[in-house]
Ligand binder design. Structure first.
Ligand code: URA
Ligand code: SF4
Length: 208
């Protein structure tokens, strides 16, 4: 199966990850994308927040969560009382997957083969940052950690043990909705936002 493994440094630090990521050819998503987008934030963060994949803005700028979903995420973290200086933010898949319609690039969710191929990068980031807790944003992040039957609605808002075998497991993991899902919830946007903040408050308490 396709895998990023051959490109991931053996003893990962954030600097080594940053240097190695642009060369990754672990799956076919590198080809149409502008660039790989790694994580950003505190190297010694207590909390790692994991999204799906870079979006259109992130693909162009090379940084995670710099578009509308990122703006909403920043606000939700602040409303939950989480200090941004204690957070490292990244994505399960490091290249933007999209289809083209005219001049527009339309987001397409990564497939399970892309999620599996890219997971060694997230494991390397976990080994480098060693956060106490991990927040999984939405279905793709949840599937990466819990498998393809994961459903956000069944698991959100509760602290759980890290389910994967790992020498660098965080103390807890918490799933919640993705900020893009909040943006898509037109009529119910406020309720969806409040739900996200309520879940993040559980993480904030675990960090206190
Ligand atoms: N959505 C994500 O999941 N990640 C980003 O970086 C931006 C939007
Ligand atoms: Fe490598 Fe992940 Fe990009 Fe695929 S999506 S090429 S595995 S960095």
């Amino acid at each position: 199966a396709e895998s990023a493994e051959a490109w991931v440094p053996d003893e990962p630090s954030l600097d080594r990850i940053r240097a190695a990521l642009p060369a990754c050819r672990g799956c076919e998503l590198y080809a149409p994308a502008t660039q790989a987008v790694g994580g950003a934030g505190a190297a010694d963060a207590d909390l790692m927040v994991v999204g799906e994949q870079p979006g259109d803005h992130e693909d162009r700028e090379g940084r995670p969560f710099v578009g509308p979903a990122g703006t909403l995420l920043d606000r939700a973290l602040a409303d939950a009382g989480i200090d941004p200086g204690r957070v490292y933010t990244t994505n399960v898949v490091k290249h933007f997957r999209f289809t083209t319609r005219g001049k527009r690039r339309i987001h397409e969710s990564p497939g399970r083969e892309h999620i599996a191929a890219c997971l060694p990068w997230l494991e390397a980031e976990l080994a480098a940052v060693r956060p106490t807790g991990v927040v999984l944003l939405g279905g793709t992040a949840g599937k990466a950690i819990y498998g393809s039957r994961f459903k956000v609605g069944e698991r959100r808002g509760v602290l759980a043990d890290w389910p994967l075998e790992s020498e660098v497991a965080p103390s807890w993991v918490l799933a919640t909705t993705h900020p893009s899902a909040v943006l898509r919830a037109r009529d119910a946007r406020e309720a969806a936002y409040d739900g996200l903040v309520a879940d993040l408050r559980v993480a904030a308490e675990a960090m206190a």
